[in-house]
Design a protein around this ligand. Structure first.
Ligand SMILES: NC(=O)c1ccc[n+]([C@@H]2O[C@H](COP(=O)([O-])OP(=O)(O)OC[C@H]3O[C@@H](n4cnc5c(N)ncnc54)[C@H](OP(=O)(O)O)[C@@H]3O)[C@@H](O)[C@H]2O)c1
Length: 352
């Protein structure tokens, strides 16, 4: 017996198409091992919404976008109707997967989509950090009030399950230090500059690989790292913070000469996110720092990201990942989908 889960997918870019690719290749595995048939019944890109009550063919949809076509070119395009309208309809679907671009002014379109979904009791899985950075606690209250699940392990360090580790595996811990390299684009750019490549060339490669943000200034000016630190702090450091609580400095002012001078002293410059306890919370910062070569974070090179967490109960933990393409982030969304279906009362029917 397989259980059908109807999904609306916002964003058919690198991550959205990666998710479709996973549905193509893992359909049988999801059915046999997890008893699940995931069906995409609504999709939206910048051109609008299309709905297919019987489900889209994931491969056909992916190839359609890869050929440069838009959702508005699909035969089931819904002119005049947005994804928010679809989600507000009764029994529209069971999950929204949100992979539209980060937008930090008002969080749109992602924030509106997630609000519409949660209000209608539709569970949400996010890769887009924007809605959480702007409305973390509001969205959690909305999810709880409507009995919907809300999962977002894909928002921080792609497939590295930092959010899950913090929420699930650090029970009752007081975290005395959290530090990390949370953005692989800026890490790659710094490493390539040490190797003699220009800043512009390295950034262009990250964009070509689909790893950089749609607006790459978010990566190199430190905002993507600050977004992730804000999400981590709200998720498991026990504080309610916003982006305004993070001191942010990016890597745009770092020169090849500075990197070489630090290297001659045995140091590596890394864009480091830190949360350090204060009397009434945590001091949150993002800044390029010279680290001794034997520091754990100094050893996270190129396409790697890493996180170090010290706590009173669980010792010192060190995690890192190598991720050079968006597929692992799409896989993190799949992990969240299965996690919600297997554990959240919206799907298990159990009372919390
Ligand atoms: N790429 C990564 O490795 C990675 C890792 C972690 C998290 N993320 C996050 O995942 C999200 C997606 O990243 P990405 O790399 O896939 O971005 P992307 O390639 O730029 O794709 C963004 C998609 O969103 C669509 N879109 C734009 N406006 C929309 C609207 N109003 N409604 C619905 N869809 C809309 C775009 O439409 P068009 O196709 O018409 O342009 C495009 O399909 C971002 O929030 C990003 O921060 C990405």
């Amino acid at each position: 017996m397989t259980r059908r889960i109807d999904i609306a997918l916002a964003g058919l870019g690198n991550v959205g198409r990666g998710f479709l690719k996973i549905l193509e290749t893992k359909e049988a595995r999801l059915a046999t091992q997890y008893g699940l048939a995931l069906r995409v019944v609504a999709v939206a890109d910048s051109s609008g919404l299309a709905v297919a009550a019987d489900g889209f063919d994931p491969r056909g949809l992916r190839l359609h976008k890869e050929a440069g076509q838009r959702v508005a070119d699909l035969p089931t395009f819904c002119p005049g109707m947005g994804l928010g309208d679809f989600l507000a309809q009764p029994d529209s679907c069971q999950m929204l997967l949100e992979a539209s671009p980060v937008q930090l002014t008002d969080g749109e379109p992602g924030l509106g989509y997630v609000r519409s979904a949660l209000t209608a009791g539709v569970s949400c899985v996010l890769a887009n950090k924007g809605p959480l950075v702007l409305a973390f606690h509001e969205l959690h209250r909305l999810a709880a009030a409507n009995g919907a699940g809300l999962a977002f392990s894909a928002t921080v360090c792609g497939a590295l399950p930092v959010v899950n580790i913090g929420r699930r595996d650090l029970i009752a811990a007081d975290v005395s230090l959290l530090r990390g390299i949370l953005n692989s684009t800026s890490n790659f750019v710094l490493d390539e500059m040490v190797g003699g490549r220009s800043y512009g060339e390295a950034l262009a490669e990250a964009q070509r690989r689909g790893i950089a943000e749609a607006d790459p200034s978010l990566d190199v000016e430190g905002w993507d790292t600050a977004n992730k630190l804000t999400i981590l702090a709200n998720s498991f450091l026990g504080v309610e913070v916003t982006l305004a609580d993070v001191a942010v400095e990016g890597i745009t002012a770092i020169t090849a000469e500075e990197l070489a001078a630090q290297r001659a002293q045995g140091n590596v410059i890394k864009l480091v996110a830190e949360a350090r306890p204060t009397e009434n919370g945590y001091r949150l910062s993002v800044a390029p720092l010279p680290l001794p070569a034997d520091d754990f974070l100094a050893g996270c090179g190129g396409w790697e990201m890493g996180v170090e967490i010290h706590s009173d109960l669980y010792g010192r933990m060190f995690y890192k990942i190598w991720e050079r393409e968006p597929l692992p982030t799409a896989a993190a969304m799949l992990r969240d989908v299965v996690g919600l279906v297997e554990n959240h009362p919206a799907f298990t029917g159990n009372e919390r």
